[in-house]
Design a binder for this molecule. Structure first.
Ligand SMILES: N[C@@H](CCC(=O)N[C@@H](CS)C(=O)NCC(=O)O)C(=O)O
Length: 213
């Protein structure tokens, strides 16, 4: 039995929902509402001491940190791999995941934005400007990297989704939420469109979640 602690609009929960679906695994979704600070309350903090979603309960084990959970999924369920075989191709795929997971998502996380609002008195226009700054610079680089990749196919690498797409698509969703015009990045848009033909990506979308509102 797998329980997924998730919030519909969380990019890290979104990437884990895609990863679980691509591995063909069903999880019981337990929503944790970030809007009502449910993640900072004792019940969830006893599950994830950082107070961050997602978390995965597998039998009596609690797994935290989406990159580490996705690596565990890859190792525990090696069929339908997230990484290509070639070592340099694996490095390329991981580098795209890292641009999103290490360089774009963390600086636009809710707790960072709340600190900008509360401590530095940023207004909503400034918050959007902040988010756009990191998403635009990250996506500009990604578009160049995708453009230069000779093995790019329908997806970031080849013709099957990889770890790179698992990270990229939630970040595209978040860019749209921050009102960023995606027309600047035709390759990223095409990959997003392609991913959204697959049920694993369609069903993982924020709007499809039972806690979406
Ligand atoms: N590195 C963590 C980051 C998790 C994370 O930042 N989760 C966000 C939602 S996408 C969260 O719970 N934020 C709560 C907050 O910022 O207050 C992971 O990948 O699991």
């Amino acid at each position: 039995m797998i329980d997924l602690y998730t919030f519909f609009r969380s990019g890290t929960s979104h990437r884990l929902r895609i990863a679980l679906a691509l591995k063909g695994l069903d999880a019981n979704h337990i929503p944790v509402d970030l809007r009502t600070e449910e993640h900072s309350k004792a019940a969830f903090m006893s599950i994830q001491p950082q107070g961050l979603v997602p978390a995965l309960r597998v039998d009596e084990h609690v797994l935290i940190q989406s990159p580490a959970i996705i690596e565990w999924l890859e190792e525990a369920y090696p069929s339908r791999p997230f990484l290509p075989k070639d070592l340099l191709a694996r490095q390329y795929v991981r580098s795209i995941a890292a641009i999103v997971g290490c360089d774009i998502h963390p600086v636009n996380n809710r707790r960072v934005l709340e600190h900008l609002r509360g401590h530095f008195k940023a207004d909503e226009d400034q918050i959007l400007e902040w988010c756009a700054k990191w998403i635009v610079s990250g996506f500009d680089a990604l578009e160049k990297i995708l453009n230069a990749e000779k093995n790019r196919g329908l997806y970031c690498y080849g013709n099957e989704p990889t770890l790179a797409d698992i990270y990229l698509i939630p970040q595209v969703e978040s860019a749209r939420r921050f009102k960023i015009d995606m027309n600047r990045w035709p390759l990223i848009q095409a990959i997003d469109k392609q991913c959204m033909t697959l049920s694993a990506f369609i069903n993982a979308a924020p709007s499809k979640q039972k806690d979406a509102s």
